[in-house]
Design a protein around this ligand. Sequence first.
Ligand code: NAD
Ligand code: AHE
Ligand code: ZN
Ligand code: ZN
Length: 374
Amino acid sequence: LGQTSIKTRAAVAWKAGAPLSIEEVDLALPKKGEVLVRIVATGVCHTDAYTLSGDDPEGLFPAILGHEGGGIVEMVGEGVTSVAVGDHVIPLYTPECGQCKFCLSGKTNLCQAIRTTQGKGLMPDGTSRFSKDGQTIYHYMGTSTFSEYTVLPDIALAKIPKQAPLEKVCLLGCGVTTGMGAVTNAARVQPGDTVAVFGLGGIGLSVILGAVMAKAGRIIAIDINEDKFTIAKQLGATDCINPADYDKPIQEVIVEMTDGGVDWSFECIGNVKVMRSALECCHKGWGESVIIGVAGAGQEISTRPFQLVTGRVWRGTAFGGVKGRSQLPEYVQRYLDGEFELDTFITHTMGLEDINHAFDLMHEGKSIRSVVHF
Ligand code: NAD
Ligand code: AHE
Ligand code: ZN
Ligand code: ZN
């Protein structure tokens, strides 16, 4: 009684470039409008590695990373009515307040209700719930799923069916939804369309999954790591190519392969040079390129404006354009209905104590997704 905080086991990023440190930290109980969630499982996304590397201009330390989780509501703060203790939830780094200009626009999933404080590693009231020996530890992407317990605003929780296995559908908290959503929301892939996918990690492979569901005619998968081609083909890629095998720019190769270019391309790496190739492999007059990859601080994209003058379109997307609270539960239901599977993406599982291994596997190109079980 009168308790104001709990202890939780978490992987702490004390500084850029250093391994995460598994320790017990303090977590203040949820305040007004907030919810305490027990994370059951979390995927490790390249964006976690990107921020840990120090390349993220918004990166803050010390922080508890992680944004691809699944969990169970343990306690609700004052005024919370949208979720209750025992509900199964997916944390949302793109929340949905339903009331801001962005939510009401009908044009975007980028709710801005709490974006400013979220980018500062803080809860909407401007403070952190995490600390260790009195020192503040920052939240990350509003989710901090690399902690057994975490606190989120209720607008950042999607309530999902209890029969959905959290250790699988956690991937819908970022990677798989991002790729699938990009195909239908950012692009509008039509039956028979030709698609190019640059980068065959969790995101690119999910784009392939989405493109197959959209009945794309040809799906060209591009990676410098040919080990990724097996799963890409298994998911439905029709052509797998390695830019290192050609002595000319990969965009020229693709334009020749496709009688003028692709209808849609997706950059799923975060490499600004590849972003250019992805744009320039698009068909003159109508081809559109979607940027999904996140590039490091100071990086900029470039191309000849002529590429756009002649009808190619450059666009981008976060979380596949999916509105978390109103639309993510449908993705979970589609998974439960057997429309797609997630096991192909989960190449490794481990306990929290081995989370640094997940980062090693990612950097070595050996994993698609590692899922950490608490
Ligand atoms: P990943 O590390 O699992 O996969 C990246 C893939 O790109 C790897 O297979 C790698 O071999 C390949 N690659 C690297 N350099 C390449 C090159 N020059 N040419 C061809 N292939 C190359 O990463 P991921 O988790 O799939 O994430 C991919 C990107 O998407 C990251 O930048 C991540 O931050 C970003 N992301 C964005 C969103 C969003 O909402 N926009 C969501 C999730 C992830
Ligand atoms: N902090 C980076 C931007 C990182 C970024 O673009 N994140 C994506 C999600 S990546 C998930 O794996 C996103 O949601 N972007 C929209 C937003 O509001 O952050 C930087 O460059 O500052
Ligand atoms: Zn992610
Ligand atoms: Zn909003």
